[in-house]
Design a protein around this ligand. Sequence first.
Ligand code: LLP
Length: 428
Amino acid sequence: MQMRTDADLLSLFAPGTGRDDDGGLRIAGCRVDDLAATYGTPLLLVDEGHLRATVRAWQAGLEVRLPGARVTFASKAFPCTAIYRLMAEEGVGVDVAGGGELAQAIAGGVDPARMILHGNAKSDAEIGAAHAAGVGLVVIDNLDDLDRLERLVVHEQGVLVRITPGVEGDTHASISTGGLDAKFGLPIDQAAVALRRAAAHPLLRVDGVHIHIGSQILEAAPFAASVRTLADLLAGEELGPFAVYDLGGGLGVRYTYDDAPAGLDAYLDALADAARTLLPSGARVLLEPGRALVARSAATIYRVVTHKRTGRDFVAIDGGMADNLEVALFGQRFEVAHATRPLAADATVCDVVGRHCESGDRLVEDALLPETLVGDLLAVPVTGAYCFTMANNYNGALRLPVVFARDGEHRAVVRRETHADLMARDLA
Ligand code: LLP
């Protein structure tokens, strides 16, 4: 296995992450061991300053290239009130997938006019709630959405129609959405029907179209290609021009040493060039990043429960697939750092495994760690996207707290679950 340095490892965390002279990891100015003592483990630690800086970099980068374009956070990547509030404070809108995220976004103070309702199976209740709340755009994913809207709307409602462009980024199959066999969106002929039908309704205002080709796409080229395909498809059906083109999310992030995602600038350059040349001038472009806005700002802190040397060297922690489903669900690789000892030449290879009754609950296989003892703390970087979202109670796991840290200060924004929470819904 290739030797890595501690600096290589720390480069995966939010910038500014470093070690004190005694080897203790410091994130956003806070000692990880102090936070573990205060809040317990496992713990989802968010570098709030880095998160805000990332959101601002996206907005500024987009505004300078495509004036009037907007960032809309795909809130499924990290839906908790404090994150919604942060997004609202930073002036970005949010995309909500269904009634639950809608309620959370409202609670977090996001302006409904800056919300977009998504979902491939929206109920009457969800569409009705979004409409009543004044959600700016409802994305029509299927003709039943349109039936519901036609039946339910009582005042003007902006809509987009989601088109399946037939462009796929190179990513895991379960998070690829742009192909013609995807369960999301409509092929262009049906999208044309939806657009014309919606335009004929007195209260539906067709603002435009939406595409989203997938998630964790590391190259910029597929995004530009998707704009080209969209423009061709629309021209072929003589659709448009529209006021709004929502180009979705999907930019990938660096989880491992070897990942080399297109940077924000390269991505925005490619998209903005495509938008300027292929979309009508004066149209508003919307982008819906999820992962790329939040992933790097958070790390998960665990405590080592056992270290067992059998056929392999197993370091078992107090979390796993209940707080990070990315690995078991589609094989995403993460790296791991010891929180009080730097990576050095004496490091050995081990498997960091979770505590759940599932052989696939291997958080980091072939991890390179310094001597690791029972009770030590480990930190897994880049867990800000979809880990909180998909946290679950497997084996009675208590879903983990979220702590915001900034300039050496810290505060819990989501508390840890309790055993009482586990039984709170039981009626008998
Ligand atoms: N817009 C739409 C319509 C989406 O469906 C998604 C993600 C996004 C934007 C944001 O994509 P992002 O920028 O985060 O790649 N559960 C998987 C991720 C599924 C992504 C779903 N849609 C995971 O754990 O990685």
